[in-house]
Ligand binder design. Structure first.
Ligand code: PLP
Length: 444
């Protein structure tokens, strides 16, 4: 009997004994390709010597100090690395231990910005349906996750509401061109601002490329420009959650670079520390920081492990390797290869409705019928079946979405490490395609 509790109270997965590069070895003697970097985390793969060395050096110097007294050496250096060149006007960084904590920090910073600028009535966050911003109550409230939200709905902060995501595969109407669809979504957001009261909204939050709930869904061109314009017009902040899609994953360092707009607050996490240490954070625009600095000077927020020295040392090493080895460019190149490889094998597959993504961030939407886009029955748990079938062949992929409460979409996600080679990309696509076939054959 295990005394360990994980998400599934009835099962404990294989014990991972060692991992290096893009492979993980478990206690049952199996070796598996980490095709999704866990949940799009292991951007450098495993056991990168430069990161291990940075962690070792920091542990020997200072493992932990509280930010009420000290800050560890690598913390300032990490902030400088990320925002020293002020990308998109983002000038400051704040580090926490996870993506959810980053989202909480972003929401509370937006609220405090409202207070410090004399707008105490701004207390509402608009998010999007089928988005995921984390599991803590504030983040869960801002998100629209169909599985994780419902049990806690009664205890979530009520000052949030949701508009439609940009989801062309299912929600763009027949005959509606991209510009008209983007306009329809912008009109819906504008209407939501009007419904809440435009001067009551403190922020709009969205993932530039939706990960865990919509399977690598980027917005159509012009969508984020329209969103930015609406936020600016009504004095609300734009929070972009790049926990999953940020720091190189989509082929640019920040996913927003491909949208031509920058956020007021950006949330980062997974690709920040690459899983070597638990770390997340926010990058904030100068005007937000300066308003608080000129006002109370204190962000009424904080966590015991904020700006953890070892986590920041690991993240700094990860970011330096990404920079020095030109891995963002590499992601763009390997990403195009992965796209081609997946579309070649699965582009006409009767049970793959859509293949979408950017960089090394790709998902397949699984359907019972490709022509009608009919989803699989929810009780089949198709994304979980594909995960198991693919794992049996030696590839870990990440099941996301699901068909729940009439909302459709079973997806499996691939997010291989940035160091994945050309041959390994082909192997990943082969295993993915074979895993989907096995899962379909195994249906009752
Ligand atoms: N935001 C996004 C976009 C995510 O994908 C996730 C996790 O998957 C989170 C926030 C929450 O991050 P964490 O699980 O580190 O708390």
């Amino acid at each position: 009997m295990t005394r360990l509790l994980l998400r599934n109270f009835r099962e404990v997965p294989d014990v991972a004994l060692s991992a290096s590069g893009i492979r993980i070895r478990s206690a049952d003697g199996r070796e598996v390709i980490d095709g999704s970097g866990g949940a799009a985390v292991a951007c450098l793969g495993h056991a990168h010597p430069a990161v291990l060395e940075a962690i070792r050096r920091q542990i020997e110097k200072v493992c932990y100090v509280h930010t009420g007294f000290y800050v560890g050496e690598p913390v300032e250096a990490l902030a400088e690395h990320l925002v020293g060149h002020e990308p998109g006007g983002l000038t400051h960084a704040y580090f926490v231990s996870s993506g959810s904590e980053g989202v909480e920090t972003a929401i509370k910073l937006a609220r405090q910005y409202a207070l410090e600028t004399g707008q105490p009535q701004r207390e509402h966050v608009i998010g999007r349906r089928q988005s995921y911003h984390g599991n803590t109550l504030g983040a869960l409230g801002a998100g629209g996750n169909l599985v994780r939200r419902p049990p806690y709905a009664p205890i979530l902060p009520q000052a949030s509401s949701h508009v439609s995501p940009c989801y062309p595969y299912r929600e763009q109407r027949a005959g509606e061109d991209d510009a008209a669809y983007v306009k329809r979504l912008a009109d819906e957001l504008e209407a939501e601002f009007q419904r809440i009261g435009p001067n009551r909204v403190m922020a709009f939050i969205a993932e530039p490329v939706v990960g865990a709930t919509l399977g690598c869904q980027a917005a159509l061109p012009g969508y984020f420009k329209a969103v930015r314009e609406i936020c600016d017009r009504h004095g609300a902040l734009l929070i972009l959650d790049e926990v999953m899609c940020g720091l190189g994953r989509t082929g640019t360092l920040h996913a927003w670079e491909q949208e031509g707009v920058a956020p007021d607050i950006q949330v980062i996490a997974k690709g920040l520390g690459g899983g070597y240490q638990p770390i997340g954070g926010i990058l904030a625009a100068g005007r937000v920081v300066e308003a608080i600095r000129a006002g109370s000077g204190i962000h009424r927020h904080g966590h015991t492990y904020a700006a953890h020295p070892v986590a920041c040392a690991a993240a700094l090493a990860v970011q330096q390797v990404i920079h020095e080895e030109n891995l963002v460019e590499q992601v763009a190149i390997r990403g195009r290869q992965l796209e081609t490889a997946l579309k070649r094998r699965l582009g006409q597959h009767p049970n793959v409705g859509d293949i979408r993504g950017r960089g090394l961030f790709w998902a397949m939407e699984l359907v019972e019928d490709r022509e009608t886009k009919t989803p699989f029955a929810p009780e089949l748990g198709m994304n979980g079946r594909v995960k198991l079938a693919t794992y049996a062949r030696g590839l870990a992929c990440y099941p996301v979405g699901g068909t729940i409460d009439g909302v459709r979409g079973d997806h499996v996600l691939l997010a291989p490490p940035y160091i994945t080679t050309e041959d390994e990309i082909e192997t990943i696509a082969d295993l993915m395609a074979a895993g989907i076939d096995d899962a379909v054959k195994g249906l009752p």
